[in-house]
Design a protein around this ligand. Structure first.
Ligand code: SAH
Ligand code: SF4
Length: 351
C-alpha cells in the first residue's frame, strides 16, 4: 500500500490518473497532505467521496511517531521519532530571535538512520549506518514540527528555515534527499524556496556536484580541520576525498547571487582550536566566497574529546576576524538536552 507522503507531485498525478481520477485531483490531495497536514482521507472535503474511498483502500498517510520530546530552557525542542519499521531518528527545532513578538524557527532534519561516515566526535557516527530515509520520512519530520508549533498558515509560516544537519550524511542519500528538495520547492506544498534550506555535508564528491547543479539548497561543508592530516584523524572517512580536491570542487561550485558557502568548524579542546589552526584555516578558505560557523563541541559519552576553553574559542574567532574571515561562534543551543546530532538517540539507548 503506497504511502502518499512518498510520492512527488508528478508521481501522485500519475498514480491518480492511472486510477481514473481527473488531472486536478493530485494538486488537491497534495495541498491536503503538505499544507493542511491531513493525516487521514475523511477530512479531504473537496475531494469526491469516490476518490476518498479509493485512497482509503489503496493508500495511506504515515507520519513519524513522536517517541519523546525534550524542551531546553532556551526553547530548543528535540524530538525522538519512531519510523514505521521501528527505526529511531531525531529532529530539532531551534528558535531564532523574535522580531515583532513572533518567534520563528529553524528545523534540523535527519536524512539517514545512523551514518556510515564514522566521524570520531559524532554520536550518530558511532552508531553506524542503519538505512536511508525515504522522502516521506524526511519531509514527515516537518509535518510533525509544524503540528507541534501550530504552524498552519502556509502564507505566513513560523517554521522559516530548514537545515540538513541532523542524523546522517544527506549526500549519501542523494536520490531521496533530491526528491525531498524538489517537493519542498513546490508552492502548492511546503513551499520552501532554496534560500530557506541548507544541506550540510562532510564532503561527498558525486553528491556535491549534483546538489550544485540543482540549485535546490544552500551548501554547508563540515570542515573541522585546516589540514588533510588532522582532518583524516577527526573524520577519517570524509577525508578519503583529499582536502585540496574538496576545496577545488568548492571553488568551482555554482553559487547564487550573494550566496556564500558555509563552512562548519567544530572546536575540539586542544585538538584543532589553537592559534596555528586558525591561521591555517584562514589561509585555506580566504580564496573562497565563504563564511565560517565555529561550533563548540558538545561532549558525547565515549568520544575522546573535550570542549574547548572559552578563552580558546574567543582567541580562535579573533584570529580569523583579523584575517578578514567572517567567523561566527554558533551559540550552543539546547546543550542541556544533548541537542547535538545523534545524542538523544544515543542517550535513549543507554536508558
Ligand atoms: N553529515 C552531515 C550533516 C549532519 S552532521 C555533516 O557532517 O555535515 C552536522 C553537524 O553536527 C556537523 O557539522 C557537526 O559539527 C555537528 N556535530 C556532530 N556532533 C557534534 C557534537 N558532539 N557537538 C557539536 N556539534 C556536533
Ligand atoms: Fe555522519 Fe555528519 Fe556525524 Fe560525520 S558528522 S558521522 S558525516 S552525521
Amino acid at each position: 500500500m503506497v504511502d502518499l507522503l512518498d510520492l512527488t507531485l508528478p508521481e501522485l498525478e500519475q498514480w491518480l490518473q492511472e486510477r481514473g481520477e481527473p488531472r486536478f485531483r493530485a494538486v488537491q490531495v497534495w495541498q491536503w497532505l503538505w499544507q493542511r497536514m491531513a493525516r487521514d482521507f475523511d477530512c479531504m472535503s473537496n475531494v469526491s467521496k469516490a476518490c476518498r474511498a479509493l485512497l482509503a483502500a489503496e493508500a495511506r498517510i504515515t507520519w513519524p511517531e513522536v517517541a519523546r520530546v525534550q524542551e531546553s530552557t532556551d526553547g530548543t525542542t528535540k524530538f525522538l521519532l519512531r519510523l514505521e519499521d521501528g527505526a529511531m531518528v531525531e529532529t530539532v527545532l531551534i528558535p531564532s530571535d523574535s522580531r515583532d513578538g513572533v518567534r520563528r524557527w529553524t528545523q534540523c532534519l535527519s536524512s539517514q538512520v545512523g551514518c556510515a561516515m564514522g566521524c570520531t566526535f559524532c554520536a550518530t557516527g558511532s552508531m553506524g549506518f542503519e538505512r536511508n530515509m525515504r522522502m516521506g520520512e524526511i519531509l514527515g519530520q516537518i509535518l510533525v514540527a509544524r503540528a507541534h508549533l501550530g504552524d498552519d498558515r502556509p502564507d505566513w509560516p513560523i517554521l522559516r528555515n530548514l537545515v540538513f544537519m541532523g542524523m546522517g550524511e544527506p549526500l549519501l542519500n542523494l536520490t531521496e534527499v533530491m526528491r525531498a528538495l524538489r517537493s519542498l520547492n513546490d508552492d502548492r506544498g511546503l513551499n520552501f524556496s532554496p534560500r530557506r534550506i541548507t544541506v550540510s555535508t562532510s564532503g561527498i564528491q558525486k553528491g556535491l556536484k549534483e546538489l550544485g547543479e540543482s540549485g535546490l539548497a544552500y551548501l554547508a561543508v563540515s570542515l573541522h580541520a585546516p589540514s588533510q592530516e588532522l582532518r583524516a584523524k577527526i573524520m577519517p572517512r570524509a577525508a578519503r576525498w583529499p582536502l585540496p580536491d574538496l576545496l577545488a570542487a568548492l571553488k568551482a561550485y555554482p553559487l547564487k547571487t550573494r550566496e556564500r558557502i558555509t563552512f562548519e568548524y567544530l572546536l575540539l579542546g586542544g585538538v584543532n582550536d589553537q592559534p596555528e589552526h586558525a591561521e591555517a584555516l584562514a589561509r585555506l578558505i580566504s580564496p573562497l566566497k565563504a563564511k565560517l560557523n565555529l561550533i563548540v563541541y558538545n561532549p558525547t559519552p565515549g568520544a575522546p574529546y573535550s570542549a574547548p576553553s572559552e578563552a580558546a574559542v574567543l582567541a580562535f574567532e579573533q584570529a580569523l576576524w583579523q584575517r578578514h574571515i567572517t567567523a561566527i561562534v554558533r551559540k550552543s543551543k539546547g546543550s542541556d538536552i544533548d541537542a547535538a546530532c545523534g545524542q538523544l538517540k544515543a542517550q535513549n539507548r543507554a536508558d
